[in-house]
Design a protein. Structure first.
Length: 547
């Protein structure tokens, strides 16, 4: 079992213990262990007895050893057998943890989503201990959100699988006339399925090792991968392959505008050329950013352009890795600098740093900079934007950081006017350097708080504040569609992994993918600047702050 599967098993075990009203402390230990295992690069099953003892409590070590020996956990298997199937579906509802599910199951005898939704709409939940009218409304909203996104996948969760699927099709049928198409080729933040165009005869029996086919006709094959991801393969002939690839990639508005002037449909390149346009990469074909880019085409941002890793958490707050280990991982990956930005004190749930702890971490960073020069570790913080719009530390402490990333983490339910005012006040603080995840959204989970994007971007432009594109594939916030306006206003974008482990440094990949959809170029990407330019940029900003 790999770390991902073990982590999922531990999380499920923790949830089921709460659901059955058992092992409260063990449940908490399992949840913590699940998070730690998920972030590890080395397989937990490869750790020695001494390494396990250093990382985990004895109770957790025993469970890991059992899983390694038996390939399952007996107590977990027993809990699974004792749990009604409908409760597993209910576990997917945001805001319903094991403890609340225990009450619903044991007190209200609710064990399916349908029964829960009916009870909530009838106002029957508010009388249950620990619930109320607000919780009831949140449950209805969460179920509606879950149902609306039930058939969507995060792009990052299927991107590599889709590429491998196409490669294997090309190899099996010995043809290059097989390509991704649709939203997955455009690298949208969420996708419905793996969608493929093929100009080769795909015999059903030859697809068995690649997918489970549910239906096949002359124009289409449908089914799903062995990982249960839906697949649609569109069939075409060789002469129409590139024309069909163009038609099945861009959105409707993009296709219509290009074809209005295109004359040569023999390849995607000639389609754009005959329409007097530069070749527009699939990711840009959204009828949003491509037309501005086409008027002044410049190379879009690439992974190789990123010079530094911005917005990272260590075990000083809610990260997994020690500061030095995290920094060295960035150095090994070839980056020139790293920005350490653990949580500020208001984020107590995430181990936020009190002022004395901030100063101790700064001392550790100073030592690392002497040791690792010319590699640079910047002192930063992910500073909570309080409800008032004020920042989480006083001016004296804020002045000690090399840069300050500001984010909203609590009380996310706000009207647009309030949310916009809260952000703008924080942006106007002279110590603010970067605006973190602009809306607080989590893709397929919550939409985030509504903001007037133009007003927020205007405020960043007026105050010289960089905007983060949070590269966590479950956030990708700011949304790529707002990048063109930021570029118009001269606001730079920073592609930040929001890493809580060395493994998550590579989140940058998903941020770059999203940024390219918005037409982001290297020269407008803050952490594509080399170290010397970043230092000059920050020094100039500090001089303005003092003046």
């Amino acid at each position: 079992m790999d770390n991902h599967l073990i982590s999922r098993a531990f999380s499920l075990y923790a949830e089921l213990l709460q659901l059955h009203g058992e092992g409260e402390r063990l449940s908490d230990w399992l949840a913590g262990a699940a998070y730690r295992i998920r972030q590890m690069e080395k397989p937990v099953t490869d750790l020695s007895a001494a390494e396990l003892a250093e990382q985990f409590r004895p109770e957790i070590v025993d469970i890991i050893k059992e899983g390694r020996k038996r390939q399952n956990i007996a107590a977990l298997e027993e809990l699974i057998q004792l749990t009604p199937a409908g409760l597993f579906d209910m576990m997917r509802i945001k805001g319903l943890g094991g403890r609340k599910l225990h009450v619903l199951w044991q007190t209200a005898k609710i064990d399916t989503i349908e029964d829960l939704l009916s009870a909530a709409k009838a106002g029957q939940l508010r009388n249950i201990p620990g619930f109320g009218a607000k919780t009831e409304a949140n449950i209805i909203e969460a179920i509606d959100a879950m149902n609306s996104s039930a058939e969507l996948f995060h792009y990052a969760s299927v991107a590599d699988l889709a590429d491998v699927f196409v490669e294997k099709l090309q190899q099996r049928f010995d043809s290059t006339l097989v390509s991704l198409c649709g939203d997955i080729r455009r690298e949208t933040t969420t996708v419905h399925r793996i969608e493929v165009l093929a100009a080769v005869p795909l015999a059903k029996d030859r697809l068995k090792k690649l997918m489970n086919v549910t239906e096949q006709n002359e124009t289409e094959t449908t089914g799903h991968t062995h990982d249960e991801v839906p697949v649609t393969i569109h069939h075409t002939d060789r002469s129409n392959f590139y024309h069909q690839l163009f038609l099945r990639t861009g959105n409707e508005a993009h296709i219509k505008k290009v074809l209005a002037n295109a004359a040569d449909l023999s390849s995607e390149a000639t389609i754009y050329n005959s329409a007097n346009l530069p070749f527009i990469i699939p990711a840009l074909r959204e009828d949003v950013a491509e037309w501005d880019w086409a008027r002044n085409p410049q190379p879009l941002l690439n992974m190789d352009d990123i010079r530094g890793v911005v917005h990272n958490h260590t075990d000083w707050s809610d990260g997994v890795d020690r500061l030095e280990n995290f920094v060295k991982a960035c150095q090994r990956k070839g980056y020139e600098y790293v920005v350490i930005s653990d949580h500020s004190q208001n984020a107590h749930y995430a181990g936020g740093l009190k002022p004395d702890k901030v100063l101790r971490q700064m001392e550790e960073i100073d030592k690392l900079n002497k040791k690792l020069s010319p590699f640079k570790v910047f002192k930063s913080i992910e500073c909570d934007i309080l409800v008032s719009g004020a920042l989480d530390y006083d001016r004296e402490l804020l002045s000690r950081f090399d840069l300050v990333i500001i984010s909203v983490h609590q009380q996310l339910k706000m009207a647009e006017e309030k949310a916009t005012a809260r952000l703008i006040k924080a942006i106007e603080d002279p110590y603010t350097t970067i605006l973190g995840h602009m809306t607080g959204r989590q893709l397929l989970v919550r939409t985030g708080y509504p903001v007037d994007f133009e007003k927020v971007i205007d405020a960043c432009a007026a105050n010289g504040v960089v905007i983060e594109l949070n590269a966590n594939p479950y956030r990708l916030d700011m949304d790529w569609s707002h990048i063109p306006y930021a570029l118009e206003k001269g606001v730079m974008i920073s592609i930040d992994p929001d890493a809580h482990s060395t493994h998550e440094i590579d989140n940058i990949r998903w941020g770059v993918s999203a940024a390219r959809k918005g037409g982001l170029t290297k020269d407008m990407t803050w952490n594509a600047l080399p170290l010397s330019d970043i230092e000059d940029w920050l020094n100039n900003r500090h001089l303005k702050t003092k003046s």
